[in-house]
Design a protein. Sequence first.
Length: 247
Amino acid sequence: MQTGQVRTGLIAQKVGMTRVFTPEGEHVPVTVLKVETCQVVAQKTQEKDGYTALQLGVGKAKVKNVSKAQRGHFAKAKVEPKKKVVEFRVPAESLVDVGAEIGVDHFLAGQIVDVTGTSIGKGFAGGMKRWNFGGLRATHGVSVSHRSLGSTGNRQDPGRTFPGKKMAGHLGHERVTTQNLKVVRVDVEQGLILIKGSVPGPDKGWVIVQDAKKTKAPDGLPFPAAVRNAGASTEAAAAPAPIETQE
């Protein structure tokens, strides 16, 4: 892969967190992501759609839960109905054939990636939890209002609270991207990606894993993608030496 080339990302499902041990005995907290039959569902081209992109689908959905229009869309691509479909903007040289399956060896151990997901919803939250407000004083006349916001406006003119003021309200359940996370390990056989640290979203939630936008990609990445059973690079598919895990 040459510098500056943009590749498609992958759709994964968050399994949970565990830890792995390095040969030196140091433990590293990791989030386990599972990629299950991630296939190319459609291509968007400049001539037909006005832009170029890849539409990927992952997971197996029950036919009864798929609309008639979606069934036709998947039938055209000759793939089984998918639970999750995401579109990735890529240049024309990064397009992959429809129906091709992309494996987890699309990423390499040690690589830096960006992970996007929907954060855990926390419902209605106060100002201290939502915006990290300090709250009011613990004494000196403050009673039953220690965690309140305090004043939200100003004088009679303009006599109102400005839009966008940080106040209590709905927290979480929004699209969040965590950048510059390290890939600790890739398990090709089980379709697992181990990411150092935490990623947005609850367990069993869908996330998008992409090459980091602010970090240079390492050498040896499969381009345009790590297509399974298509003569992918052996070096790209090689996993690091086995390391012990502990739940």
